[in-house]
Design a protein around this ligand. Structure first.
Ligand code: NAP
Length: 308
């Protein structure tokens, strides 16, 4: 594949885990000629400057987007509306505005109205991440072999869409195009609900009176530990995800609560067959995820026996 730049200047609005990983991945394969980054706290800009993944760093978002061919919103989604309004008058005609937010209908609602005529708007969501945040957390391989979902609006310019697809391919991703509402429902079950469950179970364990905090930590390898990894995810980002994907999350949460009640009943009435059947079905799903290359088949997620 050619390593000529897909865009000349790319502006990253937000240089945390996702923004900095995009910068590293762009540099790895010469995807952009110039990378500009914006962050609102000086501390974050200093960290980004020390790592050196951007050609220029700005504390003024309008300076960052000046002359940019691709503008990527990569802050928590709750900040998008204000940022979109600020950058709108400074966007280059013919540029593309995209994002990386974990919800899509709300992004179209908040950003869409601010995008001026002559500028393309193509929302996106890379299905890749970790529980870490900030510029130091980024790495070039984050998107390798992961999906990036694009949710273009009807009438989106075909050439602009192709170019953004090429961009994500060059960052290492496979690309899928989907309707925003469908994206939000799919992600509600595959990502948002699992995070909610993890936040809830870790909170419940923390509140339990009969089991001490030191016992929870000491015996965490019994399953709890894997929830704590997810529950360590960024509070601001996840607050914004739930506030902005309310409908879809409540829909899958309703189904989840019904299924949980059925499990509760099976345990109460000693219905081992119901439990065994469900656990057999779920084991097969795990196998499909490994077969699709979305996780390792190594026992214990490939962790070494002893940490460190
Ligand atoms: P992050 O590491 O916490 O970085 C967030 C960036 O946004 C930082 O540069 C931060 O600046 C900036 N920011 C925060 N609040 C802001 C505000 N009110 N106004 C302007 N800038 C603000 O977050 P991330 O994990 O990269 O997530 C960024 C986006 O990617 C989110 O929309 C999230 O939904 C999406 N996403 C995340 C993951 C994941 O696993 N983390 C995966 C896929 C998509 P300061 O540090 O200067 O405050």
């Amino acid at each position: 594949m050619s390593n000529s730049p897909v865009y000349d200047k790319v502006a990253l609005i937000g240089v945390g885990l996702i923004g900095s990983s995009m910068a590293h991945a762009m540099r790895r394969d010469g995807v952009a000629s110039r990378i500009a980054g914006y962050s609102h706290r000086t501390e974050t800009l200093e960290k980004a400057r020390a790592i050196g993944f951007a050609d220029s760093l700005h504390d003024d978002v309008t300076d960052c987007v000046k002359d940019a061919d691709l503008v990527v919103l990569a802050t928590p989604v709750g900040a998008y509306a204000v940022l979109a309004e600020q950058i709108a008058p400074h966007l280059k005609p013919g540029a593309t505005v995209t994002d990386v937010g974990s919800v899509k209908s709300a992004v179209i609602r908040d950003v869409g109205p601010h995008v001026p005529e002559g500028v393309h708007f193509i929302p996106a969501h890379p299905i890749a991440g970790t529980e870490q945040s900030g510029p130091e957390a980024g790495f070039a391989e984050l998107f390798d072999g992961r999906w990036c979902i694009l949710t273009p609006l009807p009438g989106t310019d075909a050439a602009a869409l192709e170019r953004l697809k090429t961009f994500w391919h060059r960052l290492g991703s496979d690309v899928e195009v989907m309707d925003a509402r469908h994206h939000d429902l799919v992600l509600a079950i595959t990502s948002h609900l699992p995070h909610l469950i993890a936040y809830n179970i870790v909170g419940t364990a923390d509140d339990l009176q009969a089991v001490t905090k030191s016992e929870v930590i000491k015996y965490s390898a019994g399953g709890f530990r894997d929830f704590t990894r997810i529950a360590a995810s960024d509070p601001t980002m996840w607050r914004d995800v739930f506030l902005n994907n309310r409908e879809a999350v409540l829909e899958v949460l309703g189904r989840f609560s019904e299924d949980l009640s059925a499990l509760q009943r099976a345990i109460r009435w000693g219905d081992g067959e119901a439990l065994f059947n469900l656990f057999t079905r779920t084991r097969a799903i795990r196998r499909s995820i490994v077969d699709a290359g979305q996780d390792t088949a190594a026992p214990n997620f490939g962790r070494s026996k002893k940490p460190g």
